[in-house]
Design a protein around this ligand. Structure first.
Ligand SMILES: C[S@@+](CC[C@H](N)C(=O)[O-])C[C@H]1O[C@@H](n2cnc3c(N)ncnc32)[C@H](O)[C@@H]1O
Length: 264
C-alpha cells in the first residue's frame, strides 16, 4: 500500500473540523451538491472511492442512496463508523471497508463510482492513477458513470511560491481534540516539485506540549493529461465542468476545480 497520507493518528482527529469551516466548507458543500445532483433518480448501487470519515458517504446514505465505500486509512474509517452509529446508519464491513484505490475489488458492479475531494491526486504516479481508473472501469456497470472532482493549483499564486527547498512554516488552523477538548495546533511546510508535478507537505500537529510531524504528497494533473489517462484506462466519453452546477471548464489563473462525468 502506498504512503496513505491520512493514515496517522492526527488527520482523523481534525479532518471533519477542517472540512466544516471557512473556505473548505464552501468547497465541500459544492462538492456534495455536485454528487447529490448527479445521483438524483439513480436507483443502482454506488461506490465512493477513498470515503474517509464519510462526509459525503453518510449524507448520501441518509438520503436513501445505496452507497458503499472504502478507504485505506483505518483511523478515518473509525471516525466514519462512530458517526454512522450515532446517526443509526449502517456502516457494516459489507458497506464500508479498508481497501486501496489501485487494487480494490468487489464482487458486484456499480451504477456510479465517486471520487470526491480531489482524493485521486493522492495517487503518487501515473502507473497508480491508470491502475485506479482501470479498477473503476472494471467495476462500473454498462452505462455506469465515474463522477469525480479535483483541483488544478495556480501556477502563479501557489506553485511558484512553493518551489523553495527550505519552505517557511505556514499556519493551518487550531482544532479541538474530540475526546479531551484540548487544543491541537496545526502548521505545515509545503514544497513543490515542478518536474514531478507534486506538492509535498510536512504537517506539524502540536498537542499537549509535543509536536508530531506527518508527511503528505499530492500530484496535480492537468485537464489534457487527465483525458489521456482516461483513454489509457479504456474510457472514451466524458464531460468536464468547471463548477459544481455544470458551468463549462475554462481554465483559471487561480486554483480551479474540475468536475468530471465519465461514461462507461
Ligand atoms: C481528502 S480525503 C477525502 C475523504 C472523503 N472522500 C471526503 O470527501 O471527505 C482523502 C482520503 O483519501 C484516502 N486515500 C488516500 N490514498 C488512498 C489510497 N491509495 N486508497 C484508498 N484511500 C486513499 C485518505 O485516507 C483520505 O481518507
Amino acid at each position: 500500500m502506498p504512503d496513505a497520507n491520512y493514515d496517522n493518528p492526527w488527520w482523523p482527529l481534525i479532518y471533519d473540523q477542517w472540512n466544516e469551516r471557512g473556505a473548505r466548507q464552501q468547497t465541500h458543500e459544492r462538492e456534495f451538491h455536485f454528487y447529490s445532483r448527479q445521483l438524483a433518480g439513480e436507483a443502482g448501487s454506488i461506490l465512493e472511492v477513498a470515503c474517509g470519515t464519510g462526509s459525503i458517504l453518510l449524507r448520501l446514505l441518509h438520503e436513501g442512496v445505496d452507497i458503499r465505500g472504502f478507504d485505506c486509512a483505518t483511523g478515518m474509517l473509525a471516525v466514519l463508523r462512530r458517526k454512522a452509529a450515532a446517526l443509526g446508519l449502517d456502516a457494516s464491513d459489507r458497506r464500508v471497508c479498508c481497501q486501496d484505490m489501485v487494487d480494490f475489488c468487489y464482487d458486484q458492479s456499480f451504477a456510479a463510482i465517486l471520487i470526491p475531494a480531489s482524493s485521486f491526486m493522492l495517487l503518487p504516479s501515473q502507473t497508480a492513477q491508470i491502475a485506479c481508473l482501470e479498477r473503476i472501469r472494471a467495476h462500473l456497470a454498462f452505462g455506469g458513470r465515474l463522477l469525480m472532482n479535483f483541483y488544478i493549483p495556480s501556477l502563479a499564486d501557489d506553485l511558484l511560491a512553493h518551489v523553495s527547498p527550505s519552505p517557511s512554516l505556514e499556519e493551518f488552523g487550531e482544532f479541538t481534540h474530540p475526546e479531551t477538548g484540548r487544543l491541537i495546533s496545526v502548521w505545515f511546510k509545503k514544497t513543490v516539485d515542478l518536474g514531478e508535478q507534486t506538492e509535498h507537505y510536512q504537517w506539524f500537529f502540536a498537542y499537549d506540549g509535543e509536536t508530531a510531524v506527518e508527511s503528505m504528497t499530492a500530484r496535480w494533473i492537468y485537464k489534457e493529461e487527465f483525458q489521456l489517462l482516461l483513454r489509457l484506462a479504456g474510457f472514451s466519453r466524458w464531460q468536464l465542468f468547471g463548477t459544481h452546477d455544470g458551468q463549462p471548464y475554462a481554465g483559471s489563473k487561480e486554483v480551479g476545480m474540475t468536475y468530471w462525468v465519465v461514461n462507461r
